[in-house]
Write a protein that binds this ligand. Structure first.
Ligand code: ZN
Length: 298
């Protein structure tokens, strides 16, 4: 054998060995998630076995979204569609119908205790259940069970990943409770643009007041804004918080007119990209409680 032939054989061997041992992209189960927070949860539980496409991306508003033809194509190739439910994704039926999706729809919030409220004399459901870590654990368990049902060979992986994720939420829950315990009770009241933190507030003992309702679809009226400014002054509400998914000008105005300080930005309905402060669900919870603690713990 010539030296050149040996070299060629060596290169072929090296190339063969370089093929990763794990599942290749084509072997992975394709699944879809409606928005970034849920997409991260599915990635945490699915790990290397799933390829997750997320429709509403980083800093995007999941209440209002215009699906694209690329979304329809991605959905048609997916085996499972994970949605939040509780009325969050009003645009999803249209996307499902236009994609010809034949897979299974899994509502990640199934089993949470929905928060009901009256808005403009109508009883509505608050969709932001993920803002309580106890609910996050329910989401993770639902995701795990759906992945196992669709891909039984991955059972051990999904169970181990879900356990690790849920353990992380339990640890974060202790952090959040400890941080809130350090805030003076009279300061545990803040303003956000839209009403996205009701589950967080009732789980951890804080009050969130918002000029916009639980959806970003309706704008705050001049009356709502005036009422909140009066309330901030009367109740000495210390801080207003911006959100990554809403226009910050409204809250900046309320802050300026009421004297409440701007406490920072909270991540309510969307994660950031990889370079931002909240690229994952647990990062989001960590960031939010840190911002709240910094503004409210005197
Ligand atoms: Zn929202």
């Amino acid at each position: 054998m010539t030296r050149r032939l040996l070299l060629a054989l060596g290169l072929i061997l090296a190339a063969l060995l370089a093929v990763p041992q794990g599942a290749s992209a084509d072997d992975k189960m394709k699944v879809a998630a409606s928005f970034s927070i849920l997409g991260d949860m599915v990635k945490q539980v699915g790990g290397d076995r799933v390829d997750v496409v997320t429709f509403v991306g980083p800093n995007g508003d999941a209440h209002v979204y215009e699906p694209t033809p690329a979304d329809a194509k991605a959905l048609s190739e997916s085996k499972i569609l994970f949605i939040n439910g509780l009325g969050l994704e009003g645009w999803m039926t249209r996307l499902e119908n236009s994609s010809g999706f034949k897979g299974k729809v899994v509502t990640a919030s199934t089993g949470v205790n929905p928060r009901k409220m009256v808005e403009d004399e109508k009883t509505i459901t608050d969709p932001h259940a993920w803002q309580s870590l106890a609910n996050g654990k329910i989401y993770a368990a639902n995701i795990r069970d759906a992945l196992i049902a669709a891909d039984p060979a991955g059972k051990a992986t999904y169970e181990a990943n879900a356990k690790k994720f849920i353990d992380g939420m339990t640890a974060m829950e202790a952090n959040v409770k400890a941080a809130v315990a350090k805030m003076p009770p009279e300061r545990r009241k803040i303003i956000t643009t839209h009403d996205a933190f009701g589950y967080f507030g009732s789980a951890y003992g804080m009050e969130f007041i918002a000029p916009e309702g639980v959806s970003t679809e309706s704008e705050a009226s001049a009356q709502d804004v005036a009422k909140i400014i009066t309330q901030i002054k009367k109740e000495h509400i210390p801080a207003v918080f911006l959100e990554n998914v809403t226009d910050k000008r409204l809250l900046e105005r309320i802050g300026a007119e009421s004297g409440a300080r701007i406490g920072g930005t909270l991540y309510s309905d969307a994660l950031t990209d990889e370079k931002g402060a909240a690229p994952s669900y647990l990062d989001m919870m960590r960031h939010n409680v840190k911002q709240l603690a910094a503004a409210l713990t005197s």
